[in-house]
Design a protein around this ligand. Structure first.
Ligand SMILES: [Mg+2]
Length: 409
């Protein structure tokens, strides 16, 4: 693919299985108008989705689908991945960034650290080992300031309530879709677990038994005052170090406590991974797993001209312009579409049991579009989240609308 220049982007003709799924894009996509348009919900998946190698993606989807949902897990970054990059036309805040600890002096001290270390984090000239030490320093000092400054849990609640942080449209539906199928979601963040949980409580008003957070975890005393952090410090450059080992000490502290991934061994048996991130470094989140198939979805939120080429090579699918989560919802629907097939369905959609493993990507079956699986010749498919069949075409045209309607039921 040729490189991108200026505001005129490539048209990338690509075919997703048998359908022309993804054609991209795009002029002036980082404009505020675009942001507003996205936020208004007038998005068109085909215009914000880039797939570098559609056949490879299709093969991966088919492999995951054939293995079944019992083999699947989702690992997601939080800031800028599950959350919007822009909120009301302005940069959304990170889980660290929203925190006001009720002590202006300490808020200022943390801000000063940010101003010193943040440019170092993205410096192209500092060797990675040195940079990693700097990040440890930064995170360590920040955590100490939170303790010294007397952060309370009430301050966290207030910070979240008054913050510009918001989930992408479709995140709730994605979590529900996965919860219904007992597919674990690991939110892996260098932010603050307690804040992420509070964001979930306040912005979603519920917890999900399948969602676990691996992030920096606070310890409060009986008065709700921060006294320490537990577990290994997670900063922006060590998210690639064995997520599951880092997750182990914190798994039982969220939600119902009996979620399907409390047992690390069972997570390790889930050898197919859907990884969601907004930085190339997020791809390291699955390094601790000996996965068989990984499908990576990257949100490229800003500076698209300079980054698209790398993102397209690194991620299986890239969503642009602070896109909503509907593309991932659709992707997951495809990945899961065989799992709950009835006996009747098994004879349709997938071309014949083990033989199907050879079909994906061959281009010879005419049935490699993800939505073909589980579909019958009458053009229907099993409705995600319901025990009925619906028009496949109708679902494909507007998966976002489908899940919105489902939520209202
Ligand atoms: Mg992020």
């Amino acid at each position: 693919m040729s490189s991108l220049n200026g505001s005129i982007c490539n048209f990338i003709p690509s075919h997703y299985g048998s359908e022309a799924y993804i054609e991209v894009l795009c002029c002036g996509y980082s404009s505020k108008n675009q942001v507003k348009k996205m936020e208004a919900g007038h998005h068109d998946l085909s215009k914000v989705t880039v797939v570098g190698d559609p056949q490879l993606l299709q093969r991966k989807i088919d492999a995951v689908r054939l293995a079944g949902t019992a083999k699947l897990q989702v690992i997601a970054d939080f800031d800028g991945t599950l959350t919007k990059y822009f909120v009301n036309g302005r940069r959304g805040r990170s889980s660290h960034g929203i925190l006001k600890q009720g002590n202006a002096e300490y808020d200022d001290k943390r801000q000063a650290l940010y101003e010193y270390y943040h440019p170092l984090e993205f410096s192209p000239t500092i060797p990675i080992e040195e940079k990693t030490k700097l990040m440890e320093e930064w995170w360590g000092k920040t955590h100490n300031l939170l303790i010294e400054g007397g952060l309370t849990y009430d301050a966290i609640k207030e910070s979240v309530a008054s913050s510009a942080i918001a989930f992408r449209d479709g995140v709730v539906e994605l979590f529900e879709f996965l919860e219904e199928r007992d597919i674990p979601v690991l939110i892996f963040s260098a932010g603050l677990a307690d804040i992420i949980e509070e964001v979930l409580r306040q912005k979603v008003h519920r917890s999900f038994k399948n969602v676990k957070i691996v992030s920096n975890r606070m310890v409060f005393d009986n008065d709700g005052r921060l006294i320490s952090f537990k577990g290994k410090l997670i900063h922006s450059l060590n998210k690639n170090e064995h997520a599951l080992e880092m997750a182990a000490p914190v798994h039982d502290h969220f939600g119902d406590g009996d979620g399907p991934i409390n047992d690390n061994a069972s997570v390790k048996k889930r050898t197919n991974v859907l990884l969601l991130g907004d930085h190339l470094g997020d791809l390291g989140m699955s390094d601790g797993l000996d996965y068989e198939t990984r499908i990576s979805a990257g949100f490229l939120n800003d500076n698209i001209e300079n980054n698209l080429s790398n993102y397209r090579k690194a991620f299986d699918v890239v969503y642009l312009n602070d896109a909503p989560m509907w593309g991932v919802v659709k992707l997951v629907s495809q990945m899961c579409s065989t799992d709950k097939m009835s006996g009747n369905d098994k004879s349709s959609g997938i071309t014949g049991g083990a033989g199907a493993a050879k079909a994906p990507g061959s281009g010879s079956t005419g049935s490699v579009s993800g939505f073909d699986s589980g579909a019958t010749k009458d053009g229907t498919m099993k409705a995600p989240g319901q025990d009925v069949r619906i028009s496949r075409e109708g679902f494909e045209k507007n998966p976002a609308g489908y899940f919105r309607d489902l939520q209202k039921k």
